[in-house]
Design a protein around this ligand. Structure first.
Ligand code: DX5
Ligand code: ZN
Length: 217
């Protein structure tokens, strides 16, 4: 499968979100990545439901919501109603992950599970058949513009092997510090979806930057 590019709104121009959405729409990017932080699971607060509702009206591309919050279950239906297509929760935040994943799917969204840099891939063994997406964090979650942690490449390889051997159809997404310097190694390791915040929206030409990432072979 050709890889997908998901620019992260966290690095967009908050004084002019319409402009950032126009750039996304004009580019060959596939999804919009939408980072939600609660100041509890991660040491930062970003944006939530009302902003999602607004940007939902500004694109037809799928919106890939990454929840970095402690209380996930209470927000599944609200994020569906606000316009999420894919909803990803953190393994580290969910005591009853299987129940949470089923609830996301029942609400009519694709369900993802994210792993922090310190969390081994093998904890997903008994949930891999149920998830639509595995998100490998290649930075510690909470901020855009951080340095890529190279061990993420090994984790992508491990996730790929687990997905193939289990017969799961899950996609592998990589998030944090992704750019032209490492995208090829991630694709070669088995990554399907590459999140890019700073590499797109901090570039002088965000449309060209997204297209360049999309056209890596
Ligand atoms: C970090 C977020 C990322 C972030 C990526 O906690 O989950 O999605 O926006 O930004 P870059 O690509 O700049 O590292
Ligand atoms: Zn993210």
């Amino acid at each position: 499968m050709a890889h997908l590019i998901a620019p992260s709104l966290l690095s967009a121009d908050f004084l002019n979100l319409q402009k950032s959405m126009d750039q996304l729409n004009a580019s060959q990017a596939d999804w919009l990545h939408y980072d939600v932080m609660d100041g509890n699971f991660v040491p930062n607060i970003s944006f939530g439901l009302p902003v999602l509702q607004a940007i939902r009206k500004a694109t037809n591309k799928p919106i890939d919501v990454h929840l970095m919050i402690t209380q996930n279950d209470a927000f599944i239906q609200p994020f569906k109603d606000a316009g999420a297509d894919i909803l990803t929760v953190h393994y580290e935040a969910c005591t009853h992950l299987h129940r949470t994943i089923q609830a996301i799917k029942q609400a009519g969204m694709k369900a993802g599970v994210a792993l922090n840099p310190h969390t081994p891939v093998n904890v997903l063994k008994d949930i891999i058949a149920d998830v639509d997406l595995v998100l490998i964090m290649s930075v510690n979650p909470g901020f855009g513009g951080q340095k890529f942690i190279p061990n993420a490449v090994n984790k992508v390889r491990e996730a790929k092997a687990m997905i193939v051997s289990s017969g799961s159809a899950a996609l592998i997404e990589v998030d944090g510090g992704v750019g032209m310097a490492n995208i090829k190694s991630l694709i070669d390791a088995g990554a399907d979806v590459l999140v890019a915040g700073n590499a797109v929206f901090a570039a002088s030409d965000p449309v060209a930057a997204a297209n360049e990432l999309k056209n890596v072979k």
